[in-house]
Design a binder for this molecule. Structure first.
Ligand code: FAD
Length: 298
């Protein structure tokens, strides 16, 4: 029986075969995914994971693919999409969100409800679960400042609560990044009451700044490199004349040198080779080891 049929028999939610990688990565990379599964509940997710583990089938949870580079043009496994984990509850200063919720949507919703704390996330195009994994952040804030606790499925497939202090949030990293078998299901935020008008002005102002400084008109996965201490990766890359350089359809953005953009049919390999070229030249010229902020998936 085909894998698709076997998974459908489990009756855990939508199963989609042969999906285009471009629909699952904000880079819009060329290639194909064997299968995408959309579990409807925690029990469905458990059943799915048990099956995948028992049968030794490669798998991973995917958010919006806004931080991922699939290096090969075929993902020979199952991507688990948590879009069905999409509830949002607001009660006074507490917000509970499903891991599959779109972070931008959540940031707008809580800001419009007059809650301060998530406005930094209004331009970060991931999911709430992906943002915990990455400790996504901007403008001097990040998830670590606003998360109270999260609900996870642990490696034994048990539901557990992890408090903020357990999550080891640091610059673009968290406990989840070091413990890949934990899956974030839900996040509880503690926020502070404030003025809707001020929050919406802040969001609008930052949106205009992003639009003028970042190449948002092309597919990308945001900043490629972490900023080295006391410097900017973009400055070093620009100084080396990389703006506009390309491998295939992967180009270093003319607008912001720390962005690689897809001008059409870029593959993960094109992006990776360009990243390696930049890393090598920056090391050679400045003796700086640039660290990538995005994640390679084999
Ligand atoms: C235009 C643009 C601007 C950006 N600006 C910013 C910015 O300002 N700040 C910033 O921090 N980032 C930024 N990013 C990067 C990206 O949006 C964030 O890193 C985001 O948090 C990734 O979320 P995702 O849901 O897309 O995760 P994905 O890219 O799909 O996955 C990333 C990792 O998280 C894991 N993961 C996803 N969901 C879960 C879950 N529920 N449980 C456990 N693990 C999970 C995946 O397995 C994977 O390893 C930007 C990206 C773009 C395209």
């Amino acid at each position: 029986m085909s894998l698709e049929k076997e998974l459908k028999k489990l009756n855990i939610g939508k199963i989609k075969e042969k999906q285009k990688l471009e629909d699952f990565t904000t880079y819009k990379l060329q290639g194909e995914i064997k299968l995408v599964a959309y579990p409807k509940s925690v029990d469905d997710l458990r059943k799915l994971l048990l099956f995948l583990r028992t049968n030794d089938i490669k798998h991973m949870v995917i958010g919006r693919g806004s931080n991922l580079i699939f290096v090969n043009d075929y993902y020979d496994g199952v991507l688990i999409n948590l879009e069905e984990f999409n509830g949002i509850e607001i009660d006074e200063d507490t917000v509970v969100s499903g891991a599959g919720v779109n972070l931008i949507k959540l940031a707008y919703k809580v800001s419009r409800a007059g809650l301060v704390g998530l406005e930094f996330a209004a331009g970060i195009p991931g999911t709430v679960g992906g943002a915990i994994y990455m400790n996504a952040g901007a403008y001097g804030s990040d998830m670590g400042y606003v998360v109270d606790e999260i609900v996870v499925l642990d490696p034994n497939l048990e539901v557990k609560i992890l408090k903020n202090r357990d999550l080891n949030f640091h610059y673009r990293t968290s406990f989840l990044q070091k413990n890949k078998e934990y899956i974030c299901l839900e996040v509880k935020f503690k926020l502070v009451k404030g003025s809707v008008n001020i929050l919406m002005d802040i969001i609008e102002d930052r949106k205009q700044r992003r639009l003028s400084s970042q190449p948002l008109e092309y597919p990308s996965a945001g900043s490629v490199f972490r900023n080295p201490e006391n410097d900017y990766a973009g400055r070093l890359i620009e100084e080396l004349g990389f703006k506009g350089k390309n491998i295939g359809d992967a180009f270093v953005s003319e607008k912001h040198a720390n962005f690689i953009v897809n001008y059409g049919k870029a593959t993960g390999k094109d992006v990776k080779m360009l990243i390696e070229e930049i890393t090598n030249q920056v090391k050679e010229k400045y003796s700086v080891d640039l660290k990538i902020e995005q994640e390679y998936i084999e």
